[in-house]
Write a protein that binds this ligand. Structure first.
Ligand SMILES: C[S@@+](CC[C@H](N)C(=O)[O-])C[C@H]1O[C@@H](n2cnc3c(N)ncnc32)[C@H](O)[C@@H]1O
Length: 257
């Protein structure tokens, strides 16, 4: 089957790990009334159609919604709706909600505000795909003084990964995140690398991949010590954008003693 897509949605379709993970979760769990929020090219609605009664593919961008309409034209139980999910009047309670507006730590895309809104339209025993995310942080040495994604950018890891947060989409999420946690480091450190792993379902983990949550590099104050723990306070607003990120060192502790 040939899909009409924009260059961006073409790259999404080429990301095999992302797509196969969604396919497995949809095949296992999608049923009944399905909303595919941020449907893009319509690929996830296409996956869901054989397992569902009706799929509503909601896409706010007019051009890509028109592509989705063409791509899904031959499938009678899929209806493409060109609307913003935040103002969309959901006609039915959903059995399954698919929402792929993921990005690293859910900061720069609307996944969390949209899932929070959609929960009101999900049946009690309904399911959101993906199921949740797990976020980890590592100490790094980086050259940039600004926040950036790690694609094509060089940095050095200076300690192991610490999981600092785990989010499930099946209940309301506080969009404001703030936590103090410790990460190990050794040698010159001036940054945090944030890595997000996506749980498409409880037993299907995917990413990070280039098109789904590429790691995020955040500058912090420079430390030059041997073998230490950094206590850092990290805060951001999920859905608020990268400029809501604040990372501040609270304490440094020697690990040798
Ligand atoms: C990461 S893409 C995913 C596309 C597709 N579901 C896939 O997996 O290939 C997210 C899509 O959500 C759409 N989108 C973003 N905000 C939206 C909103 N508030 N309501 C509906 N669609 C939205 C974007 O235009 C984009 O096509």
């Amino acid at each position: 089957m040939r899909f009409f897509v924009t260059a961006y949605h073409h790259n999404l379709l080429k990301d095999y790990e992302r797509l196969s993970g969604f396919y497995d979760a949809i095949r296992e769990h999608a049923h009944g009334i399905v909303y595919d929020i941020g449907a893009g090219s319509g690929i996830l609605s296409y996956f869901a159609a054989p397992y569902s009664k009706t799929v509503f593919a909601i896409e706010k961008d007019e051009k890509i919604a028109s592509y989705a309409s063409k791509n899904l034209a031959g499938i009678p139980n899929v209806k493409v709706v060109n609307e913003d999910a935040l103002s969309y009047d959901f006609p039915h309670q959903a059995d399954t909600i698919i929402c792929e507006m993921l990005d690293t730590a859910l900061i720069d895309e609307e996944q969390v505000p949209i899932v929070n809104k959609c929960l009101k339209h999900l049946k009690e025993d309904g399911r959101i795909i993906p199921y949740g995310v797990i976020n980890g942080a590592e100490a790094i040495e980086m050259d940039s003084e600004t926040i950036r994604y790690d694609e094509n950018y060089k940095y050095k890891t200076k300690g192991g990964l610490t999981i600092y947060d785990s989010i499930k989409f099946n209940k309301r999420i506080d969009e404001k995140f703030k936590k103090t946690f410790e990460i190990p480091a050794n040698g010159r450190t001036n940054g945090l690398k944030i890595t997000t792993f996506t749980l498409l379902a409880e037993n299907i983990i995917a990413g990070p991949t280039q098109m789904m949550n590429p790691p995020l590099l955040i500058p912090i104050e420079e430390i030059k010590e041997e073998n230490y723990m950094i206590k850092v306070t990290l805060s951001y607003r999920m859905g608020g954008g990268l400029n809501t990120i604040k990372a501040k060192i609270k304490d440094i502790e020697d690990r040798k003693t």
